[in-house]
Design a protein around this ligand. Sequence first.
Ligand SMILES: [Zn+2]
Length: 117
Amino acid sequence: MRRLMPALAIALVACREITAPRVGTPIRPPSAYTAWWSQVEACSGTQGQFELVRWYESPDGALGPQIMGEWLPRHDVYLVTFVVSHQLDATVKHEMLHDLLHGDSDHLSPTWTICGL
Ligand SMILES: [Zn+2]
């Protein structure tokens, strides 16, 4: 149980649902992202189309206090600069799993635990 807490904490700060306009600059996903996508597909037992995801980099803090990433329908992922520049795979994979699950903003799928995201 204790070991689950860091993962849960990451999940809680990784995303949220808001309706305000997002601030972000379109970016090309770093090359590492394709491998991470395959890993999330494997652990989740799902498949998606990486090419459909549109990536945006947002200034640190622009998504809200302690918000590091956000997924929006249908395939938009916003990541703060800190996540992009430090290649924080846990946050990126978390948003990838949102895409593969077509949302699940409440993180109800057991896949979150299975994938450790
Ligand atoms: Zn999430």
